[in-house]
Design a protein around this ligand. Structure first.
Ligand code: EPS
Length: 387
């Protein structure tokens, strides 16, 4: 299972191609678009989200509502494109730097300067357009399809915001369905009403000051069989792959699995999850501090991972930068942006984690059709039960 995306934030569309999906997966298009619209929400988002109504158009690999086993091609249109047809034209265009909206004073914290130097581009818009977090719309579309695949086998994914700036929400401790329902009602994706209010106030203050703020988000995956991923090779460890996927999200700087960095501060007796066995539950754990992983394999307990998002680097109160033509000191150019995208990033994180789990799931139970996968899974589950 693999995918690639293409497309710029102000180009005509984002495109993704997914290779390796089984046949006979019935797709719920409304649910797919629901996931895309969840990514657009959240207190602190900028004006762009008022322009867009993200919807996924499937242009390959699906017929009469089901996958055929062929590559699935998904397109998410940029409604904003109509304001950028000249600036983003694929054909050469004449005009001033201003008309072309050339970027030449790189924004610290973005890909602008490194990308310009590396690709030898004198208009940093060529970097900005692709490095924009707009691309995460395509990743959510892809992950939303993987989510539907996993849902067929009883696997559920939730995401919520842990903290924004200094404001931390109380640990929700809710069953996964309730967590999904409650956080969906919150504009900052938390279950804690008091923290919600403080987060909203903080975001508003940051916005008024021309500043931005980051935070921590958490993703939980439940209903997993034991043994996804493997201890035998570094690139088969599923927690490692998830970590890579999480840090690949725009502005994400860190990842924790289970109790994460806390494990460095407390003794082993308080870190590891003791093993129990009962007739009805089989092997299970007294706790889940490992966040669902041992030896890079799922334990059967829910996966719990957190990601750290830095504040978005586009500041309306810009930081010091240098003009790439004159090498003179200037402030960075200002582009439209969000004051806080942490709630939206929690939706993105759900989808990149979902993708990695789906990939590992197909590696283990892979068949060419949903029916073949179901048979493989059933066979494995009976083997585990009889162990
Ligand atoms: C985004 C679309 C972008 C930004 C944001 C994410 O649209 P525009 O550039 O037209 O405002 O709002 O991306 C960033 C702020 C960033 O730094 O990457 C989206 O669809 O999520």
């Amino acid at each position: 299972l693999r995918y690639l995306t293409a497309g710029e934030t102000h180009g005509p569309q984002l495109t993704a191609i997914i290779e390796g999906l089984p046949s006979n997966l019935e797709l719920d298009f409304e649910e797919l678009n629901f996931q895309l619209q969840r990514r657009q929400k959240g207190h602190g988002r900028g004006r762009r989200m008022q322009i867009e109504t993200d919807t996924a158009q499937i242009v390959g690999g699906v017929r009469h509502g089901r996958t055929t086993g062929a590559p699935v091609a998904v397109v998410v249109e940029n409604k904003d494109w109509k304001h950028w047809t000249s600036v983003m034209n694929v054909e050469p265009v004449e005009g001033s730097d201003e008309a072309k909206r050339r970027v030449f004073r790189p924004r610290p914290g973005h890909a602008d300067l490194n990308g310009g130097l590396k690709y030898n581009l004198k208009d940093l818009r060529n970097v900005l357009e692709r490095s924009s977090a707009r691309e995460t719309a395509a990743r959510v579309a892809v992950g939303a399809i993987a989510r539907q695949l996993l849902a067929k086998f009883g696997i559920k994914v939730a995401g919520h915001v842990v903290s924004i700036g200094e404001v931390t929400a109380a640990t929700p401790n809710l069953p996964i369905d309730e967590l999904i329902a409650v956080t969906e009602e919150s504009s900052v994706r938390v279950a804690d009403k008091e923290a919600e209010q403080k987060m909203i106030e903080l975001i508003d203050r940051m916005k008024a000051e021309g500043d931005t703020i980051g935070g921590v988000v958490e993703c939980i995956v439940s209903g997993l069989p034991v043994g996804l991923g493997s201890h035998v090779q570094w690139d088969r460890k599923l927690d490692g792959r998830i970590a890579q996927a999480v840090v690949s999200i725009n502005a994400f700087k860190g990842v924790e699995v289970g109790i994460g960095f806390e494990a460095a501060r407390i003794p082993g007796s308080k870190v590891h999850d003791e093993i129990l066995h009962t007739a009805d539950k089989g092997f299970h754990r007294a706790s889940n501090r490992a966040g669902g992983f041992e030896g890079g394999m799922t334990t059967g307990e829910p996966i719990v991972v957190r990601g750290v998002m830095k504040p978005i680097p586009t500041l309306y109160k810009p930081l010091a930068s240098v003009d790439i033509d004159t090498k003179e000191a200037f402030t960075a150019q200002v582009e439209r942006s969000d004051a806080c995208a942490v709630p939206a990033a929690s939706v993105v994180m759900e989808h990149v984690v979902t993708w990695e789990v789906a990939k590992a799931f197909l590696e283990k139970f892979g068949g060419d059709s949903i029916e073949e996968i179901q048979a493989n899974l059933d066979n494995y589950l009976s083997q585990v039960e009889a162990y």
